[in-house]
Ligand binder design. Sequence first.
Ligand SMILES: *[C@@H]1O[C@H](CO)[C@@H](O)[C@H](O)[C@H]1NC(C)=O
Ligand SMILES: *[C@@H]1O[C@H](CO)[C@@H](O)[C@H](O)[C@H]1NC(C)=O
Ligand SMILES: *[C@@H]1O[C@H](CO)[C@@H](O)[C@H](O)[C@H]1NC(C)=O
Ligand SMILES: *[C@@H]1O[C@H](CO)[C@@H](O)[C@H](O)[C@H]1NC(C)=O
Ligand SMILES: *[C@@H]1O[C@H](CO)[C@@H](O)[C@H](O)[C@H]1NC(C)=O
Length: 435
Amino acid sequence: MMKMHLLLRLLLVISTLAAQEQRRVYLREEFEDGDGWKKRWVESKHQPDYGKFQLTAGKFYGDKEKDKGLQTSEDAKFYALSTRFKPFSNVNETLVVQFSVKHEQGIDCGGGYVKLFPASLNQEDMHSESKYYIMFGPDICGFGNNKVQVILHHQGKYHENNKTIKCRVNKDTHLYTLIIRPNATYEVKIDNEQVAFGELEDDWDFLPPRKIKDPYARKPRKWDERLQIEDPDDKKPEDWEDFEFIPDPEAKKPDDWNEAMDGEWEGPLIPNLKYKGQWKPRIIDNPNYQGEWIHPEIDNPKYKPDPTICHYYNISVLGLDLWQVKSGSIFDNFLLTNDEEFAEEVGNKTWGMRKDIEKQWRELYEEMEKKKEAEEAKKRKEKEEAKKDDIWGLEEEDDEEDLDEEPGNDGQEGDAERAFLGKNEEIHVDQKDEL
Ligand SMILES: *[C@@H]1O[C@H](CO)[C@@H](O)[C@H](O)[C@H]1NC(C)=O
Ligand SMILES: *[C@@H]1O[C@H](CO)[C@@H](O)[C@H](O)[C@H]1NC(C)=O
Ligand SMILES: *[C@@H]1O[C@H](CO)[C@@H](O)[C@H](O)[C@H]1NC(C)=O
Ligand SMILES: *[C@@H]1O[C@H](CO)[C@@H](O)[C@H](O)[C@H]1NC(C)=O
Ligand SMILES: *[C@@H]1O[C@H](CO)[C@@H](O)[C@H](O)[C@H]1NC(C)=O
């Protein structure tokens, strides 16, 4: 009796263990080892002038060391950098692609996405036409054009997500997560919140639609789609005056009117004072309304389920293949795993830890920037006024001196920034103590 019980428990433990997918982490890159990343990431030489990435936490952050990531550092450049890991396949396994990106420059036009490549990619020759499996992340260009791209390769073609997913356009770090499951469902999360989910088949044009309109179905000729009609029982009142003009009752046929010559005499018309306008029957709801006719659908004979959608083999390289007008985006916390829950936990421990402090600091930073701008504008205005008053050009020389001083001014600005950063470091520490 006792033994039986133990055996059952043991079986239960074994079966739950077997049911659980073993956690696998294919890539985890958090840039915690200084220059170490330079050994793990390869810059493409396909073009001679790709923009440079630098390791930095940026202008505001939660933790100056932990929040370091790869930042695009040159304006109006293409970027092509990638890192390799042991090849894996997502067949029969969940695939989670996760990373964070901070557009602290206030991005106007540029990519913030990653690409997953097959092992066959030559990293030194990676470029925008290199074959990839998945492209995922925010893509921003111009007002209102801010979406999360989820482009998936299938049977030699790239398929864009049909369902538009808006990305977050501000200067804070955001966490982007794509989950593709073995049951052909997907989920996109921003900041660990679900923003899109569904079946891969429904939201990408991988296959012809499952249902089509029945080509033989026709709307019956007598189908009544009129919501309202004129009331057939409504009759024009007998005394309704609908002549706008009537013959003048006072007018008389001229004595010399000759009907044979002049035709029948018609007197002049005068406005009818009792004219009520044209009569119209009242409008009522159509008692025979049948609703809008719906075209019946049938199974699409061209549709065939394809169990190999998003089955990728030898996934082995993650790349940043981007164009940016205004640089400054910082990429961090890359994670590829088969474990959704683990990815969420890692997101909580990285993005989740920094977000509040970073936001407070960002707000302070923006306030300082605004003040600095206002001061500069004031100085410029004073200078212009002085010029206007100086009608004799007496202060011309002074102006030239001012120009000579420009580099010095820059130095002062640098000092101000350093002072500001120092100040914020204090704030930063204070906030940490509170946590
Ligand atoms: C995936 O699972 C199916 C069904 O269990 C199995 O036939 C197939 O071999 C598996 N494929 C891989 C690559 O593991
Ligand atoms: C697919 O798998 C997920 C996670 O295991 C589950 O929540 C979801 O209900 C499944 N969907 C379908 C359509 O099987
Ligand atoms: C995707 O969008 C295209 C164009 O708008 C449309 O023709 C197609 O039916 C859509 N596919 C799915 C799967 O919704
Ligand atoms: C994966 O890569 C290995 C080694 O390069 C190769 O032998 C194998 O054919 C590849 N598999 C697929 C499905 O491409
Ligand atoms: C992540 O954080 C959220 C919010 O605090 C929490 O609800 C969730 O359970 C956490 N997830 C994991 C896997 O730790």
